[in-house]
Ligand binder design. Structure first.
Ligand code: S3P
Length: 435
């Protein structure tokens, strides 16, 4: 990561213009990983060149996959897939950086590959829970362990043939679900995975389009082991979670009108749209189309004359999992008390996002109550600029930058270079819209 950057943001008069957010992070990870396991040459267009998906790309290269950038086209990669059984033992520890998606998904692949691998990550990732993948992978017969009695990374895996299983996830998580789907590809039968609530389904969509024998019925995914994956041609849409920051900015800043183009609107990701509609937001989805099996649209968003408070419960959390920080910011401008509950998962993200938003929004003058599983925010507060911390968490840094647009005076965001995890160029893009 570049040197810690400190960014100053002034209250905005309006946000206006058109923007294309960076490519989707979740889909970029999966495109490179799954293309590596396919038979033959795949093309991935509009890959997110940010720290997290680059961690995945480096990991696949360490496993012997040839990945090269197309000569004339930026962000386009050609991947020579090795097939499910063609990966090779890495000669060194695989460093997943800040990326939980890299570590959790690749563990599912490595559990079924007959060699030794060790996975580690940065200070944040080494404190994130891994028992959630280690326990079910062990049930499938995997030889896998983690630090502190399997709780945390580093993770050591000695891969082997796995057993199919039926498993119910205690917590909705696309990373855990995807890890087990990938392990299921290396098992000897049908693996069935059920989640308590629906999490993002990019894995299911992409594997299906690559010929995997995978079926979804309600909250259950069934995957047949040993089916070959065929090479693919994937165009990654813009990331809805990155778009959400600009939408929130346009809603809060007076006299704003922003068009956010080419955005993935997979319904397992867009709970934020439902929530802001209930808050009274004005937006529309135009030019809705399909891109590589994912729904995509251009989002038109304008100032909301009055935002209303809302109550958000457990069932909604998976579809707004990455939008929690920015929803806290919107709630601080809404009439009444907004409550977000059933959100304890937010405590184990890149930072404890409940704690981070409580402490930093308070510094900007918001009135907030913290619960073990969420937050209550009294809205319509006049935010005032201050010095705030990102905790090295990209989404906290970006959410606070949007809060700064509505806060009197100037806000300084410390340690802001972490935006490069998912959105390199975030501050430049914001400046372009910021009048
Ligand atoms: C992701 C799933 C989510 C999300 C993360 C990316 C993915 O995590 O928060 O940013 O790509 O599968 P969980 O599945 O752990 O909730």
């Amino acid at each position: 990561m570049p040197q810690m950057k400190r960014v100053k943001i002034k209250k905005a008069k309006s946000l206006k213009g058109e923007t294309v957010p960076p490519p989707d992070k979740s889909i970029s990870h999966r495109a490179v990983m799954f293309a590596s396991l396919a038979e033959g040459k795949s093309i991935v267009r509009n890959f997110l060149m940010a720290e997290d998906p680059i961690s995945t790309m480096n990991a696949m290269r360490m496993l012997g996959v040839e990945i090269r950038e197309a000569k004339s086209k930026k962000s386009e990669f050609i991947i020579n897939g090795k097939g499910l059984h063609g990966l090779k033992e890495p000669v060194d520890v695989i460093n997943c950086g800040n990326s939980g998606t890299t570590m959790r998904l690749i563990s599912g692949i490595l559990a079924g590959n007959p060699f030794l691998s060790v996975l580690t990550g940065d200070d944040s990732l080494r404190q994130r829970p891994m028992a959630r993948i280690i326990k079910p992978l062990k049930e499938m017969g995997a030889d896998i362990s983690g630090r502190a009695e399997d709780k945390y990374p580093p993770i050591v895996i000695k891969g082997k043939r796995l057993k199919a299983m039926d498993y119910t996830l205690p917590v909705a998580s696309a990373q855990v679900k995807s890890c087990l789907i990938l392990a299921g590809l290396y098992s000897d039968g049908i693996t069935s995975i059920t989640e308590p609530h629906k999490s993002r389904d990019h894995t299911e969509r992409m594997l299906k389009s690559m010929g995997a024998s995978i079926g979804v019925e309600g909250l259950t995914v069934k995957i047949h082991g040993s089916t070959k994956l065929t090479a693919c041609d994937i165009t990654v849409p813009a990331d809805f979670s990155s778009a959400a920051f600009f939408m929130a900015g346009a809603l809060m800043v007076p006299d704003s009108e922003v068009v956010i183009k080419d955005v993935g609107i997979n319904p397992t990701r867009t709970g934020f749209l439902e929530v802001i509609k209930n808050m009274g937001a004005g937006f529309s989805l135009e030019n809705v189309r399909d891109v590589s099996g994912e729904p995509v649209a251009d989002i038109y968003c304008r100032t909301a004359p009055r935002l209303k408070s809302v109550k958000i419960g457990r069932k909604t959390i998976p579809s707004i999992i990455d939008e929690f920080p920015i929803l806290c910011v919107l709630a601080s401008r809404a009439d009444g008390i907004t409550e977000i509950r059933g959100a304890e998962e937010l405590r184990v993200k890149e930072s404890d996002r409940i704690k981070a938003m409580v402490s930093e929004l308070k510094k900007l003058g918001a009135e907030i109550e913290e619960f073990p599983d969420g937050i209550a925010i009294k809205g319509q507060m006049d935010l005032r600029g201050n010095v705030v911390e990102s905790y090295g968490d990209h989404r906290i840094a970006m959410a606070l930058s949007i809060a700064a647009l509505a806060a009197d005076g100037t806000t300084t965001i410390n340690n802001a270079s972490c935006v490069d995890i998912s959105f390199p160029g975030f501050f430049e893009e914001l400046r372009k819209l910021h009048a």
